[in-house]
Design a binder for this molecule. Sequence first.
Ligand code: KDG
Length: 342
Amino acid sequence: MTDLVTLGETMALFTARRVGALRHARDFDLGVGGAESNVAIGVTRLGLRAAWIGRVGADEFGELVRSTLAGEHVDVSRAVVDPDAPTGLMVKGRRTADLVDVRYYRSASAGSRLRPADLDPELIRSARVLHVTGITPALSATALEAVRAAVAEARAAGVPVSMDVNYRRALWPPDRAAAVLNEIVRSCDVLFVTEAEGRMLVEGVAPAAPAAGDGPGVPAAGGSLADVAAAGDPAGLASALAALGPRHVLVKLGARGAVELSAGEVRHGAPYRVTELDPVGAGDAFAAGWLAGWLTGADPERRLDTACAAGAFAVTAGGDWESLPLRADLESLALGGTGDAV
Ligand code: KDG
């Protein structure tokens, strides 16, 4: 049985090795990245079973995507190889030592041609959770329909739906994103947002986050619930989002940790102090950590802590998913082996 089923686009990812303008990069690391497959890898590393549905081109990069996910024990048996479109590309540069910049070459890619017929309804019906993101609906009309169909299938079968908003400014404007994603949020059980994304959903305000990437995830310095409240009102935002339908709302606060609203109770997840190398993928790690805790019946404090620890781990090395933790890594973080819990 599959614990988590997800669908989306996974691209080949070129990462410049040297800091500076991309035009001066001389060599690149080649890997893969995709928000949904990052979550699938994240839960698999924490001992669960995950399946990824998506399209890749009939090319070397498509092979790379499938073999990388399979190598991480993600079930890719439903991945479609599309002979008529290439695998999408993502290029990651380091404009400065602290500034990661991400560019996409994915319009008309195989991944963006995902469609409802690519879904395996039986796989979705038999899963314990369906995880979707706000990236896939932005890729094309058929990809949006695929997300809608997957969510409808899950709901009809009583399978909980999890969604990470993952707003990507490079893909669509905030007003269109808010309108489309609001509809999906209403069918969700679990919702992951940054504060800016949450405001976009409830107020239609454009997130100030960068065009791509995950936002800062959950790295660095400490913060109490009072600091959190002073910096905005994440608990209030969580209630406004819960009013749309989700039973669990997770607001990611970057260096200030995270706030969860579940069953009317607000919890603050404390951040972990780690050295940040690459923030991209931290939100996916957070979602994977939370979902793994939820699916294994961890108590609410522990599952939120697991999410924060997984988010912290993800920023400690390059790559969108490579630094996702194993269970043993989480223990070492809690023991102070890799950083100081604050
Ligand atoms: O969440 C990390 C993702 O940004 C990355 O892996 C690629 O899916 C991706 C996207 O669309 O940005």
